[in-house]
Design a protein around this ligand. Structure first.
Ligand code: NCD
Length: 362
């Protein structure tokens, strides 16, 4: 595919190809050190980032390429009222690939619609974060030797956590996986994900008890409560600190139960657990750079990748219809001027916005 907007843009075979390439890079760190000479990556980060932006930039530098970047909400002409579409068209004149992070769901798709070069979604609001999932799956593969047959615990902010959404989409594809979704009831995964799991016949339970889940799982994916996505700060204050994993608590888990976290952490994992061999979150951050190298190589390898801006995350064909409107205030649709409004009909006949995947009304 030309762009990476959702993790489902890649088949299991594509993901394995990236993992294999990443493993090769780990064993031969200089094998591709000239592969991107003369090529440029543009990183456009309208939201804070340490790992994602720096690992993208380090990845491109390791490949012999160069980097140009915009950071912070005020760092580009978007602040002057320029659309993301015009920004993408402009940056296409200066770079060969764009990695974008933006607070609105569907922002990467909005850019892809008018970009001449590949767009990588580096996090679009509380929606998706496919390249974090690349880091996650390489970590799981290296630690567990397989991406299937796992009881996967995911804990924290499952409502707004974009890494969670992309991880569920990816891990749902592998045989024998089941999910234990651990969150306060206010922060359960959007119904969209539980419906998809049900539809695919993948076992899952939803609980608010981390302690009950710990003995049952093969891996735990901890997440931060996403303060910046809350409309009501009091609600965040009430839910902050819902889960704190520490060395004492982890005694209840199996000796092979690895703990991942996309980072940054606030207080959801105590530093007293960091020296435990099951704590793999900093290896995960390293793996993110390697997978981004593999991704950049893949996207820049050829010009014949099909344009995937006309299909939904599950492959449904998009359509336009002026009588429909997305009303999600966190979707790019309700902010970006001149955006072509696009929709798709999911497997249950529900019409959804192509940018944020929320149901729309006529
Ligand atoms: C995550 C993100 O930005 O969604 N961080 C990251 O990219 N590694 C998780 C988070 O911010 O909680």
């Amino acid at each position: 595919m030309k762009h990476l907007l959702n993790i489902t843009d890649y088949s299991k075979e594509d993901l394995q190809e990236l993992i294999d390439k990443a493993l090769y890079i780990i064993s031969s760190p200089f094998a591709y050190s000239h592969s991107c000479e003369g090529r440029k990556l543009a990183t456009l980060f309208f939201e804070p980032s340490t790992r994602t932006r720096l690992s993208f930039e380090a990845a491109m530098l390791e490949l012999g390429g160069r980097v140009i970047s915009v950071t912070g909400p005020g760092g580009s002409s978007v602040t002057k009222g320029e659309t993301l579409a015009d920004t993408a068209r402009t940056v296409s004149c200066y770079a060969d690939v764009i990695a974008v992070r933006h607070p609105l769901a569907g922002s990467a798709r909005a850019m892809a619609n008018s970009s001449a070069i590949p767009i990588i979604n580096a996090g679009d609001g509380g929606h998706y974060h496919p390249t974090q999932t690349l880091a996650d799956i390489l970590t799981i593969y290296r630690e567990k030797g397989s991406l299937g047959g796992l009881r996967i615990g995911i804990c924290g902010d499952l409502l707004y956590g974009r890494t969670v959404h992309s991880l569920i989409d990816a891990m749902s594809r592998y045989e024998g996986n089941s999910f234990v979704l651990i969150s306060p009831k206010e922060l359960t995964v959007p119904a969209y994900y539980t419906e998809k799991l049900q539809e695919a016949g993948i076992p899952f339970v939803q609980t608010n008890s981390l302690d009950e889940a710990l003995p049952e799982i093969d891996m735990l994916y901890m997440t931060r409560i996403q303060r910046e996505r809350f409309d009501d700060p009091a609600e965040y204050d009430r839910l902050a600190g819902s889960y704190i994993l520490d060395a004492a608590r982890m005694k209840a888990a199996s000796k092979d139960c690895i703990v991942l976290h996309p980072l940054p952490r606030v207080d959801e994992i105590s530093t007293d657990f960091d020296s435990d061999p099951r704590a793999v979150y900093f290896t995960q951050a390293f793996n993110g750079k390697i997978m981004r190298e593999a991704l950049i190589l893949k996207l820049l390898a050829g010009k014949d990748h099909p344009d995937n801006t006309d299909i939904s995350p599950e492959g449904e064909k998009l359509f336009t219809d002026d009588s429909l409107a997305c009303t999600n205030s966190k979707c790019v649709c309700t902010h970006e001027r001149g955006l072509r409004k696009e929709f798709y009909t999911d497997k249950h006949g529900v019409v959804r916005c192509a940018y944020c995947d929320q149901p729309v009304r006529e």
